[in-house]
Write a protein that binds this ligand. Sequence first.
Ligand code: FAD
Ligand code: EPU
Length: 347
Amino acid sequence: MNAIRSSGFTLSPNASLRDRNTLRVDARAAWLADIHDAAAIPDLLDQAVLRDAPTLLLGEGSNVLFTRDFDGAVVTMKTRGIETLDGGSDAVRIRVAAGEHWDGLVRWALAHGHAGLENLILIPGSVGAAPMQNIGAYGVEVREFIESVEAYDLRQRRHAVFRNADCEFGYRDSIFKRHPDRWLITAVTLRLPREWSPRIEYSGVQDELRRMGIEHPAPIHVADTVMALRTRKLPDPAVIGNAGSFFKNPLIPGAQAAALRAEHPQLPCWPAPNDTSKLSAAWLIEASGFKGLREGDAGISNRHALVLVNHGDATGEQLWALAQRVRAGVREQFGVELEPEPRVITA
Ligand code: FAD
Ligand code: EPU
């Protein structure tokens, strides 16, 4: 089979995904489609080779673990474009194509004097994937800025627009995450209020600002601080394969958290909605003895216990087996169930 090219997409057979996922797993796709123009989506879906094939939506692969090859079409938005819309005197509105890099957008916003996104600097991945798990870091989540999400409904074969409330955002959660591969996100519109105050309550941020000698931080100082903390804490996927946090921080009933804290006073724990508490998954994993563990090329980072790493040639199955071992260890030691954060493509 040969590649199929049109002005709006390219469709390649038997494609390697190794450079398409930051865990650097050597999986393959029967077909790999790159979309350069959102208007070409219906045309792509009408291609004979795709008509009955399953579809998997992929961005930059920074939150996905392939444990097998994909016998269908992996579809990626490669569209680019950042457009400023009228937001009145209170806010600036920005419509961004799904294929833009999230970190590039944050830097673009800062360079144009639009504050708000600086706590989310250096998060890998595409703009189209940002609403999927409502990306968040350093006390801020993207849901605060999303006005609407444009998508193509692959089931009903039509365009759809989701207002913020339709997205059902939660901690690392959204309607899109709960229905994977149903809506291909094509663009996101953000609303950044012009009134700004720094968000520096997250642990370690104020210490870092003090260390930098900054008393009244501007947006760029917050960005610099977050970059310094992230670079210090997290392994770089360009150096060692990883997908960031491999597990979500677990939300458990408040009473169970209080009992655990009575036994383990150092366990980091934060109040969460509906009488629940959020625990630090990293702490639970480290206290269960897994930090820095290595099985072949699959490992748990020695820098951050929440990060599953590929030291070289680990397969997706090996990485997944290690993740399951960690999960079982934490369950046994603390009675807490860890849930993977990345999308795991299993059989
Ligand atoms: P992918 O990994 O390709 O896909 C993720 C999910 O989104 C999949 O379910 C996929 O099907 C779906 N998807 C992708 N594109 C589309 C689309 N256009 N339409 C519909 N569905 C789509 N996340 C945080 O929230 N906070 C962090 O601080 C953070 N830090 C990280 C640090 C490192 C070093 C790494 C490697 C990852 C980190 N992540 C973090 C996770 C990751 O960056 C985010 O989840 C990011 O949004 C994933 O983007 P992506 O384009 O790589 O998506
Ligand atoms: N900790 C340990 N051992 C470690 C690392 C951390 O015990 O090896 C403990 C420390 O007590 C630390 C606490 O865990 O104070 C929290 O650590 P950190 O500030 O690194 O945050 P996190 O809860 O591990 C979350 C997100 C990250 C996000 C940071 C900053 C999740 C699952 N992860 O990590 O997001 O960047 O906060 O906001 O919510 C991602 O989603 O991929 C990701 C990297």
